[in-house]
Design a protein around this ligand. Structure first.
Ligand code: KG4
Ligand code: ZN
Length: 332
């Protein structure tokens, strides 16, 4: 069964063809980094306009690369939120129009659920598992008991980890997205050069990254000559330590020895190394998607959409995208 996935929640226009929720036949991502980098962050209006230009070519390319046409598609899965409302509108309107014209059923997928399901494109962790979704807009830990069964155990109280990466990169004078730039710069720096704070909220697994960002900002103002490599490495050490410790603590406290990572920040080389190493020490199985499946892509949306279609949970034409929506209310 082939699902056409469509993802436009932020600044990547993506379409994919996925067979039976796991086999990727094509996964085309058109990035807008070049457009937004000079602003040091995403400009929502420019993102929407670019989605309009790219959505047809990207869908066409996904069909061609998979060697299929619309007659072969069982359902269209699209992300309906959370995200930038203008961006979401393009994917949602496109999916609705296509569904109407080609008479193909459609299913609506929560973007965060898509991230969680990215792992099923390459592996099959047993339920339940603990899943950290760590991206530019979100940093949450879920207990995943099955398809459509998610419990948010922790979330960020302020900035997402990716947002902190992007803002620190901007403070250091780099463009957008900051995560990959800091990741490679940090390889040349000393992670112990500066001790930035590690947030630890009392009686909670929740995260907070705004204090860390302010601390980096103050440090840069006071020490303008300090090597950027050391600042990047020390900032990253704080983020990686907190993300790893918190996820493993949730696994231990809920007695679930399996975890998955997803979202753009899970592409981070230091986080991947550290969490694999620490999980191994604790006897926890850590499942990490390949780097290209960590950042936004439509294959993950098709992977989750497959389960909606199989369960007969279809979207209808009255559905509107939602900029803010928690995962456990995906079908409310
Ligand atoms: O999942 P994603 O593509 O979009 C959202 O749903 O937000 O994540 C994008 C975020 C950006 O903040 C970007 O800086 C961060 O992921 N990111 C990284 C890396 N690659 C992307 N952060 C740290 N290290 C990376 N290698
Ligand atoms: Zn995302």
């Amino acid at each position: 069964m082939l699902i056409l996935g469509i993802e436009t929640s932020c600044d990547d226009t993506s379409a994919a063809i996925v067979e039976n929720g796991s086999k990727v036949l094509s996964n085309i991502v058109s990035s807008q980094n070049e457009i937004h980098t000079k602003y040091g962050g995403i400009v929502p209006e420019l993102a929407s306009r670019r989605h309009i230009e790219m959505i047809w070519p990207v869908v066409d390319e996904a069909l061609n690369a998979a060697g299929v046409n619309f007659d072969d598609i069982s359902a269209i899965a699209f992300s309906f939120g959370p995200g930038l409302i203008g961006s979401l509108l393009i994917g949602t309107c496109f999916a609705k129009s296509l569904s109407f014209v080609k008479d193909i059923p459609m299913v609506a997928v929560n973007h965060l659920e898509g991230h969680i399901f990215s792992i099923f494109l390459e592996a099959s962790p047993k339920f339940p598992f603990i899943s950290m979704v760590v991206s530019g807009g979100h940093t949450s830990i879920y207990k995943v008991s099955g398809f459509n069964s998610y419990e948010e155990v922790a979330r960020t109280r302020d900035d997402a980890a990716g947002e902190a990466y992007d803002k620190v990169a901007k403070l250091l004078g780099f463009g957008y997205p900051g995560g990959p730039l800091i990741d490679s710069l940090a390889l040349k720096g000393n992670p112990e050069a500066i001790h930035f704070p590690r947030s630890n909220l009392k009686d909670s697994f929740d995260f907070s990254f705004s204090g860390l960002k302010t601390s980096v900002r103050n440090y840069i103002l006071k020490n303008p000559e300090s090597p950027k490599e050391d600042i990047a490495a020390s900032f990253q050490a704080s983020v990686v330590e907190v993300l790893t410790a918190r996820t493993l603590n949730v696994c231990k406290s809920l007695d679930i020895p399996r975890l998955t990572l997803s979202g753009g920040v899970s592409a981070n080389s230091s986080l991947r190394r550290h969490i694999l190493e620490m999980a191994d020490k604790e006897g926890i199985n850590a499942y990490l998607p390949s780097v290209h499946l960590c950042t936004d892509n439509a294959a993950m949306i098709a992977a989750a959409g497959y389960h909606y279609f199989k369960s007969g949970i279809m979207a209808d034409f009255s559905l509107n995208p939602k900029a803010y929506i928690r995962l456990n209310s995906a079908n409310d």
